[in-house]
Write a protein that binds this ligand. Structure first.
Ligand code: NAP
Length: 243
């Protein structure tokens, strides 16, 4: 049975990715950081779908916590076939008003989180000569967003990381791809008014907000055998928002 590690699986897109893999027979390592109760609920859903799981609290920005999580996952399942680097935090603020602490937090989770988890998982993938790594960036990492300069930069770094690592790991039969969501209806939009959400819908050629399922479908495709000859790609799932 294949095993997938999903960071930030307690809510939103990560939760939906976990359910998608559970429906397809994967064992799931569910990472969360602060939303323990919600993570437990996701674990129950995964179990009810017949999948084995490991629920693990770790701050992806902390290299030691990540290393301990991977050790535990390896003891439990023996291998990790797919890594989905999904955990992320948003920051909407004028660049000039952003503090060094806020910059460190956003880069800590969005960029170093991806690096920490990937670094911890890759040795086993290289040993097994197979693996799929899927990084969740953002459409803002491609085109940039006003008032989200630091967030955009942290996600742009994930795209560059994906491209470079795809080249480095290809000889070991490990693919590295990236999904760039557009505006997806999750807790990340909680600071938007209904009116602002309506405006975003109107700016989207497909005339709706994205759902966590839209992203989970793309991630699952990239993890599947149907994507075995795809690496180093940046797939935008945004209803045409950034066209
Ligand atoms: P969300 O609903 O706010 O969920 C964020 C997830 O990240 C939660 O499960 C949270 O876990 C986890 N997380 C945050 N900090 C963490 C840390 N230090 N360590 C481990 N986990 C941590 O956001 P979402 O919309 O599902 O976003 C998922 C990903 O998609 C993020 O990378 C985000 O940047 C990206 N994205 C989202 C949108 C959008 O419109 N929603 C658009 C583009 C890209 P806890 O609550 O347990 O801490």
């Amino acid at each position: 049975m294949k095993t997938v590690l999903i960071t930030g699986a307690s809510r939103g897109i990560g939760r939906e990715i976990a359910l998608k893999f559970a429906k397809n027979g994967y064992s799931i390592i569910l990472n969360y950081n602060s939303s323990e109760q919600k993570a437990i609920e996701v674990a129950k859903e995964v179990e009810s779908l017949g999948s084995r799981y490991l629920l693990y609290k770790a701050d992806v920005a902390d290299e030691t916590q990540v290393a301990n999580m991977i050790d535990k996952a390896m003891q439990t399942f023996g291998h990790i076939d797919v890594l989905v680097n999904n955990a992320g935090v948003a920051l909407s603020k004028l660049f000039q008003q952003t503090s060094a602490t806020e910059v460190a937090k956003v880069f800590g989770v969005n960029t170093f989180g991806v690096i920490n988890c990937t670094k911890a998982v890759v040795p086993n993938m290289i040993y097994n000569k197979q693996g799929k790594i899927i990084n969740i960036s953002s459409v803002w990492g491609k085109v940039g967003a006003s008032m989200e300069t630091i967030y955009s930069a942290s996600k742009g770094a994930v795209i560059a990381f994906t491209l470079a690592l795809a080249k480095e790991l290809a000889p070991s039969n490990i693919s590295v791809n990236c999904v760039c969501p557009g505006v997806i209806d999750t807790d990340m939009l909680l600071n938007l008014t209904n009116n602002e959400k309506e405006q975003l819908k109107e700016q989207t050629p497909l005339m709706r907000l994205g759902t966590p399922q839209d992203i989970a479908n793309a991630v699952y495709f990239l993890a599947s055998d149907n994507a075995n000859f795809i690496t180093g790609q940046v797939i935008t799932v945004d209803g045409g928002f950034a066209l």
